[in-house]
Design a protein around this ligand. Sequence first.
Ligand code: GDP
Ligand code: K
Ligand code: MG
Length: 295
Amino acid sequence: MDQKHKAGFVNIIGNPNVGKSTLMNAFVGERLSIITSKAQTTRHRILGIVNGDDFQVVLSDTPGIIKPAYEMQKSMMDFVKSAFEDADVLIYMVEIGEKELKDEDFFNKIIHSKIPVLLLLNKIDKSNQEQLEAQIDLWKSKVPNAEIFPISALENFNVKEVFDRILQLLPESPPYYPKDALTDKPERFFVNETIREKILLNYDKEIPYAVEIETEEFLEDTNIIRIRSVIMVERDTQKGIIIGHKGAALKKVGIQAREDLEKFFGKQIHIELYVKVNKDWRSNAYQLRRFGYNQ
Ligand code: GDP
Ligand code: K
Ligand code: MG
Protein backbone atom coordinates (compact mmCIF):
# COMPACT_ATOMS: atom_id res chain seq x y z
CA MET A 1 0.00 0.00 0.00
CA ASP A 2 1.20 3.49 -0.89
CA GLN A 3 2.55 5.16 2.26
CA LYS A 4 0.77 8.42 1.49
CA HIS A 5 -2.69 6.94 1.07
CA LYS A 6 -5.29 8.81 3.13
CA ALA A 7 -8.58 7.42 4.35
CA GLY A 8 -11.19 8.26 6.92
CA PHE A 9 -14.75 8.89 7.94
CA VAL A 10 -16.73 12.08 7.47
CA ASN A 11 -20.09 12.36 9.16
CA ILE A 12 -22.72 14.82 8.03
CA ILE A 13 -25.22 16.05 10.60
CA GLY A 14 -27.77 18.84 10.88
CA ASN A 15 -31.45 19.68 11.04
CA PRO A 16 -33.90 17.99 8.66
CA ASN A 17 -34.04 19.41 5.12
CA VAL A 18 -30.88 21.51 5.23
CA GLY A 19 -29.43 19.55 2.28
CA LYS A 20 -27.32 16.77 3.86
CA SER A 21 -28.32 14.10 1.35
CA THR A 22 -27.89 16.51 -1.56
CA LEU A 23 -24.33 17.21 -0.42
CA MET A 24 -23.45 13.57 0.00
CA ASN A 25 -24.73 12.81 -3.48
CA ALA A 26 -22.78 15.76 -4.87
CA PHE A 27 -19.62 14.27 -3.35
CA VAL A 28 -20.31 10.73 -4.48
CA GLY A 29 -21.78 11.70 -7.85
CA GLU A 30 -24.65 9.23 -7.62
CA ARG A 31 -28.11 9.41 -6.15
CA LEU A 32 -27.29 7.18 -3.20
CA SER A 33 -29.40 9.00 -0.71
CA ILE A 34 -32.96 9.82 -1.57
CA ILE A 35 -33.82 13.51 -1.53
CA THR A 36 -37.19 15.16 -1.19
CA SER A 37 -38.43 18.38 0.34
CA LYS A 38 -40.04 16.41 3.19
CA ALA A 39 -38.39 15.99 6.59
CA GLN A 40 -37.46 12.44 7.63
CA THR A 41 -36.70 11.33 4.10
CA THR A 42 -33.46 9.77 5.32
CA ARG A 43 -34.15 7.15 7.98
CA HIS A 44 -30.92 5.19 8.08
CA ARG A 45 -27.28 6.07 8.17
CA ILE A 46 -26.00 5.73 4.63
CA LEU A 47 -22.36 5.52 3.69
CA GLY A 48 -21.12 7.04 0.46
CA ILE A 49 -17.57 6.27 -0.59
CA VAL A 50 -15.41 8.51 -2.77
CA ASN A 51 -12.27 6.82 -4.08
CA GLY A 52 -9.19 8.36 -5.63
CA ASP A 53 -5.75 6.91 -6.39
CA ASP A 54 -4.41 8.03 -3.03
CA PHE A 55 -7.52 8.54 -0.91
CA GLN A 56 -10.77 7.01 0.24
CA VAL A 57 -13.34 9.28 1.89
CA VAL A 58 -16.17 7.46 3.63
CA LEU A 59 -19.09 9.84 4.04
CA SER A 60 -22.02 9.12 6.21
CA ASP A 61 -25.37 10.79 5.70
CA THR A 62 -27.57 10.78 8.76
CA PRO A 63 -31.23 11.46 9.39
CA GLY A 64 -31.85 15.06 10.39
CA ILE A 65 -31.87 15.72 14.10
CA ILE A 66 -35.35 15.49 15.57
CA LYS A 67 -36.89 14.91 18.96
CA PRO A 68 -37.83 11.21 19.04
CA ALA A 69 -41.60 10.73 19.24
CA TYR A 70 -41.87 7.01 18.69
CA GLU A 71 -39.65 3.92 18.51
CA MET A 72 -38.46 4.39 14.96
CA GLN A 73 -37.36 7.94 15.64
CA LYS A 74 -35.44 6.86 18.76
CA SER A 75 -33.49 4.43 16.69
CA MET A 76 -32.95 7.08 14.00
CA MET A 77 -31.34 9.27 16.67
CA ASP A 78 -29.01 6.43 17.68
CA PHE A 79 -27.66 6.58 14.13
CA VAL A 80 -26.99 10.27 14.62
CA LYS A 81 -25.32 9.76 18.01
CA SER A 82 -22.94 7.23 16.52
CA ALA A 83 -21.85 9.95 14.08
CA PHE A 84 -19.90 11.60 16.92
CA GLU A 85 -18.03 8.46 17.81
CA ASP A 86 -16.33 7.25 14.67
CA ALA A 87 -15.58 10.33 12.57
CA ASP A 88 -12.31 11.95 11.47
CA VAL A 89 -14.15 15.05 10.28
CA LEU A 90 -17.58 16.28 11.31
CA ILE A 91 -19.69 18.24 8.87
CA TYR A 92 -22.35 20.31 10.55
CA MET A 93 -24.74 21.62 7.93
CA VAL A 94 -27.05 24.57 8.41
CA GLU A 95 -29.08 26.43 5.83
CA ILE A 96 -29.41 30.13 5.15
CA GLY A 97 -31.84 31.68 7.63
CA GLU A 98 -31.58 28.90 10.19
CA LYS A 99 -30.79 29.96 13.75
CA GLU A 100 -30.31 26.89 15.91
CA LEU A 101 -30.01 23.13 16.06
CA LYS A 102 -33.24 21.57 17.27
CA ASP A 103 -31.47 19.48 19.89
CA GLU A 104 -29.35 21.25 22.52
CA ASP A 105 -27.33 18.15 23.50
CA PHE A 106 -26.17 17.71 19.94
CA PHE A 107 -25.29 21.35 19.68
CA ASN A 108 -23.13 21.10 22.81
CA LYS A 109 -21.38 18.08 21.39
CA ILE A 110 -20.56 20.00 18.25
CA ILE A 111 -19.11 23.05 19.99
CA HIS A 112 -17.01 20.84 22.28
CA SER A 113 -15.99 18.41 19.55
CA LYS A 114 -12.39 17.18 19.56
CA ILE A 115 -12.89 16.22 15.92
CA PRO A 116 -12.43 19.02 13.33
CA VAL A 117 -15.79 20.59 12.46
CA LEU A 118 -16.62 22.06 9.05
CA LEU A 119 -19.73 24.17 9.28
CA LEU A 120 -21.40 24.31 5.88
CA LEU A 121 -23.79 27.17 5.38
CA ASN A 122 -25.93 25.72 2.60
CA LYS A 123 -28.42 27.10 0.07
CA ILE A 124 -26.54 30.35 -0.45
CA ASP A 125 -28.12 30.43 -3.92
CA LYS A 126 -31.19 31.67 -2.04
CA SER A 127 -29.44 34.56 -0.27
CA ASN A 128 -27.90 37.92 -1.02
CA GLN A 129 -24.44 39.15 0.00
CA GLU A 130 -25.63 41.12 3.02
CA GLN A 131 -27.66 38.24 4.42
CA LEU A 132 -24.78 35.86 3.80
CA GLU A 133 -22.29 38.00 5.68
CA ALA A 134 -24.66 38.33 8.64
CA GLN A 135 -25.13 34.55 8.70
CA ILE A 136 -21.39 33.90 8.60
CA ASP A 137 -20.89 36.24 11.56
CA LEU A 138 -23.70 34.58 13.47
CA TRP A 139 -22.31 31.07 13.00
CA LYS A 140 -18.72 32.15 13.74
CA SER A 141 -19.85 33.31 17.16
CA LYS A 142 -22.06 30.28 17.81
CA VAL A 143 -19.54 27.60 16.76
CA PRO A 144 -16.09 29.13 17.24
CA ASN A 145 -14.34 25.78 16.78
CA ALA A 146 -15.68 25.34 13.22
CA GLU A 147 -14.33 26.34 9.85
CA ILE A 148 -17.17 27.91 7.88
CA PHE A 149 -17.84 27.27 4.18
CA PRO A 150 -20.77 28.94 2.42
CA ILE A 151 -21.98 26.47 -0.23
CA SER A 152 -24.79 25.47 -2.53
CA ALA A 153 -25.01 21.68 -2.55
CA LEU A 154 -27.70 21.87 -5.21
CA GLU A 155 -25.70 24.04 -7.60
CA ASN A 156 -22.38 22.45 -6.71
CA PHE A 157 -20.93 25.75 -5.53
CA ASN A 158 -17.88 25.51 -3.22
CA VAL A 159 -18.44 21.76 -2.85
CA LYS A 160 -15.02 20.95 -4.30
CA GLU A 161 -13.34 23.35 -1.86
CA VAL A 162 -14.98 21.51 1.04
CA PHE A 163 -13.86 18.19 -0.37
CA ASP A 164 -10.26 19.40 -0.71
CA ARG A 165 -10.30 20.54 2.91
CA ILE A 166 -11.58 17.14 3.99
CA LEU A 167 -8.68 15.49 2.16
CA GLN A 168 -6.21 17.71 4.02
CA LEU A 169 -7.75 16.75 7.36
CA LEU A 170 -7.83 12.98 6.81
CA PRO A 171 -5.14 10.82 8.39
CA GLU A 172 -2.79 8.60 6.44
CA SER A 173 -4.41 5.21 6.34
CA PRO A 174 -5.03 2.29 4.00
CA PRO A 175 -8.59 2.13 2.57
CA TYR A 176 -11.38 0.72 4.74
CA TYR A 177 -13.48 -0.62 1.86
CA PRO A 178 -12.61 -2.10 -1.55
CA LYS A 179 -11.51 0.73 -3.84
CA ASP A 180 -14.35 0.09 -6.30
CA ALA A 181 -17.04 0.32 -3.61
CA LEU A 182 -19.58 3.13 -3.73
CA THR A 183 -21.51 2.30 -0.59
CA ASP A 184 -21.81 -0.26 2.18
CA LYS A 185 -25.50 -0.87 1.52
CA PRO A 186 -26.79 -3.92 -0.36
CA GLU A 187 -28.65 -3.55 -3.65
CA ARG A 188 -31.98 -4.29 -2.03
CA PHE A 189 -31.54 -1.25 0.18
CA PHE A 190 -31.49 1.03 -2.89
CA VAL A 191 -34.53 -0.66 -4.30
CA ASN A 192 -36.38 -0.05 -1.02
CA GLU A 193 -35.24 3.55 -0.82
CA THR A 194 -36.16 4.29 -4.44
CA ILE A 195 -39.68 2.95 -3.92
CA ARG A 196 -39.98 4.92 -0.70
CA GLU A 197 -38.92 8.09 -2.50
CA LYS A 198 -41.66 7.60 -5.11
CA ILE A 199 -44.21 7.09 -2.34
CA LEU A 200 -43.04 10.29 -0.65
CA LEU A 201 -43.50 12.13 -3.94
CA ASN A 202 -46.89 10.68 -4.91
CA TYR A 203 -48.95 10.62 -1.71
CA ASP A 204 -49.99 13.28 0.75
CA LYS A 205 -50.20 13.53 4.48
CA GLU A 206 -49.45 10.60 6.72
CA ILE A 207 -49.12 7.91 4.04
CA PRO A 208 -45.36 8.08 3.45
CA TYR A 209 -44.64 7.87 7.17
CA ALA A 210 -46.83 4.80 7.60
CA VAL A 211 -44.92 2.89 4.95
CA GLU A 212 -42.01 0.47 5.02
CA ILE A 213 -40.62 -1.41 2.03
CA GLU A 214 -39.19 -4.88 1.94
CA THR A 215 -37.66 -6.29 -1.21
CA GLU A 216 -38.31 -10.01 -1.17
CA GLU A 217 -36.69 -10.87 -4.47
CA PHE A 218 -33.73 -9.38 -6.33
CA LEU A 219 -32.69 -11.69 -9.16
CA GLU A 220 -29.94 -10.37 -11.39
CA ASP A 221 -29.49 -11.79 -14.86
CA THR A 222 -27.14 -10.67 -17.65
CA ASN A 223 -29.51 -8.05 -19.03
CA ILE A 224 -32.37 -7.81 -16.58
CA ILE A 225 -33.01 -7.59 -12.85
CA ARG A 226 -36.27 -9.02 -11.53
CA ILE A 227 -37.50 -7.38 -8.37
CA ARG A 228 -40.44 -8.09 -6.10
CA SER A 229 -41.09 -5.72 -3.21
CA VAL A 230 -43.74 -5.43 -0.53
CA ILE A 231 -45.06 -2.08 0.59
CA MET A 232 -46.00 -2.47 4.23
CA VAL A 233 -48.70 -0.18 5.62
CA GLU A 234 -50.37 0.05 9.01
CA ARG A 235 -54.08 0.05 8.04
CA ASP A 236 -56.46 -1.22 5.36
CA THR A 237 -57.45 2.32 4.44
CA GLN A 238 -53.81 3.11 3.70
CA LYS A 239 -53.57 0.03 1.53
CA GLY A 240 -56.49 1.33 -0.55
CA ILE A 241 -54.91 4.73 -0.97
CA ILE A 242 -51.56 3.29 -2.02
CA ILE A 243 -53.17 1.08 -4.65
CA GLY A 244 -55.54 3.80 -5.91
CA HIS A 245 -58.46 3.56 -8.35
CA LYS A 246 -58.01 0.41 -10.48
CA GLY A 247 -54.41 0.20 -9.27
CA ALA A 248 -53.42 3.41 -11.05
CA ALA A 249 -51.53 5.01 -8.14
CA LEU A 250 -49.42 1.94 -7.41
CA LYS A 251 -48.71 1.50 -11.10
CA LYS A 252 -47.33 5.04 -11.26
CA VAL A 253 -45.00 4.34 -8.31
CA GLY A 254 -43.79 1.19 -10.07
CA ILE A 255 -43.08 2.98 -13.35
CA GLN A 256 -41.21 5.83 -11.67
CA ALA A 257 -39.18 3.47 -9.48
CA ARG A 258 -38.32 1.32 -12.51
CA GLU A 259 -37.02 4.33 -14.45
CA ASP A 260 -34.67 5.33 -11.62
CA LEU A 261 -33.51 1.79 -10.92
CA GLU A 262 -32.71 1.20 -14.60
CA LYS A 263 -30.44 4.24 -14.46
CA PHE A 264 -28.91 3.21 -11.14
CA PHE A 265 -28.15 -0.40 -12.05
CA GLY A 266 -27.66 0.15 -15.80
CA LYS A 267 -29.91 -2.80 -16.64
CA GLN A 268 -33.49 -3.45 -17.63
CA ILE A 269 -35.68 -3.77 -14.54
CA HIS A 270 -38.82 -5.80 -14.05
CA ILE A 271 -40.51 -4.71 -10.85
CA GLU A 272 -43.54 -6.13 -9.10
CA LEU A 273 -45.02 -4.21 -6.17
CA TYR A 274 -47.67 -5.32 -3.75
CA VAL A 275 -49.16 -3.92 -0.56
CA LYS A 276 -49.53 -5.68 2.79
CA VAL A 277 -51.12 -4.51 6.02
CA ASN A 278 -48.77 -4.95 8.97
CA LYS A 279 -50.28 -3.23 12.00
CA ASP A 280 -47.97 -1.03 14.07
CA TRP A 281 -44.74 -1.90 12.30
CA ARG A 282 -43.39 1.40 13.49
CA SER A 283 -43.60 0.84 17.22
CA ASN A 284 -42.82 -2.86 17.25
CA ALA A 285 -39.19 -3.33 18.22
CA TYR A 286 -38.92 -6.75 16.60
CA GLN A 287 -40.11 -5.39 13.28
CA LEU A 288 -37.70 -2.49 13.51
CA ARG A 289 -34.78 -4.85 13.92
CA ARG A 290 -35.98 -6.82 10.96
CA PHE A 291 -35.98 -3.69 8.81
CA GLY A 292 -32.50 -2.80 10.00
CA TYR A 293 -33.12 0.22 12.17
CA ASN A 294 -31.42 -1.08 15.31
CA GLN A 295 -28.29 -2.51 13.74
P1 GDP B 1 -31.68 16.58 4.19
O1 GDP B 1 -33.00 16.32 4.85
O2 GDP B 1 -30.80 17.44 5.05
O3 GDP B 1 -31.00 15.33 3.72
O4 GDP B 1 -32.01 17.48 2.90
P2 GDP B 1 -32.16 17.04 1.38
O5 GDP B 1 -30.83 16.81 0.76
O6 GDP B 1 -33.17 15.93 1.30
O7 GDP B 1 -32.72 18.39 0.76
C1 GDP B 1 -33.91 18.98 1.23
C2 GDP B 1 -34.42 19.98 0.20
O8 GDP B 1 -33.50 21.06 0.08
C3 GDP B 1 -34.54 19.39 -1.21
O9 GDP B 1 -35.70 19.92 -1.80
C4 GDP B 1 -33.28 19.87 -1.91
O10 GDP B 1 -33.41 19.95 -3.30
C5 GDP B 1 -33.10 21.24 -1.28
N1 GDP B 1 -31.69 21.70 -1.32
C6 GDP B 1 -30.58 21.03 -0.96
N2 GDP B 1 -29.47 21.77 -1.15
C7 GDP B 1 -29.88 22.95 -1.66
C8 GDP B 1 -29.18 24.15 -2.09
O11 GDP B 1 -27.96 24.27 -2.06
N3 GDP B 1 -29.97 25.17 -2.53
C9 GDP B 1 -31.34 25.09 -2.61
N4 GDP B 1 -32.01 26.14 -3.07
N5 GDP B 1 -32.00 23.97 -2.23
C10 GDP B 1 -31.30 22.92 -1.77
K1 K C 1 -35.24 15.76 3.39
MG1 MG D 1 -31.51 13.34 4.04
